[in-house]
Design a protein. Structure first.
Length: 133
C-alpha cells in the first residue's frame, strides 16, 4: 500500500475535489477548478476548451505509442501524469490565445507541478516494470 507521500496526498486531494464537483453538479451547482462556481451552466471558454484539447492530445499520445510500440501495460499514475502534462500545455496555449487574467495561470502551474510530482514519485516503479530484470 502507499504511504502518505506527496504524490498520494495530491492524488487524494484531486480525487476528493472531483467527487465533490460531480456531487455538486448533481444538485445544480457547477464548479470548476479550484472552487469557482459557474454562473448558470457557463464554464469559462478557456477552461473547457483546455480540457477538450488535453483529452485529444492524450488520446493522440497513447494512440501513437500504441501504433509504434504495440500494447503495453500502463499504470493509472502514468495516464494521470500524461493528461496533466497535456492539460498544462493546451491550457497555456488556450490561455495565451484568449488573454485570460494572470491568476488563471496559477491553475496551469499547479497542474503542471502535480504532473511533475507524479512523474518523479512513480519513475522507479515504471523502471521495474519496463526495465530489464
Amino acid at each position: 500500500m502507499y504511504g502518505l507521500g506527496s504524490s498520494f496526498l495530491l492524488v487524494l486531494g484531486l480525487v476528493l475535489w472531483a467527487a465533490y464537483a460531480i456531487l455538486a453538479t448533481l444538485v445544480g451547482l457547477h464548479l470548476y477548478f479550484p472552487f469557482a462556481i459557474a454562473a448558470g451552466d457557463d464554464i469559462p471558454y478557456h477552461r473547457w476548451q483546455s480540457v477538450r484539447l488535453a483529452l485529444f492530445a492524450t488520446f493522440i499520445f497513447y494512440g501513437v505509442m500504441h501504433l509504434l510500440f504495440g500494447s503495453r501495460k500502463v499504470y493509472p499514475a502514468h495516464f494521470l501524469k500524461t493528461y496533466l502534462f497535456m492539460l498544462s500545455i493546451t491550457g497555456m496555449v488556450v490561455f495565451l490565445q484568449t488573454g485570460v487574467e494572470m491568476t488563471e495561470y496559477l491553475v496551469i502551474g499547479f497542474l503542471f507541478w502535480v504532473a511533475i510530482v507524479l512523474h518523479f514519485s512513480s519513475a522507479s516503479r515504471y523502471r521495474r516494470v519496463f526495465g530489464r530484470k
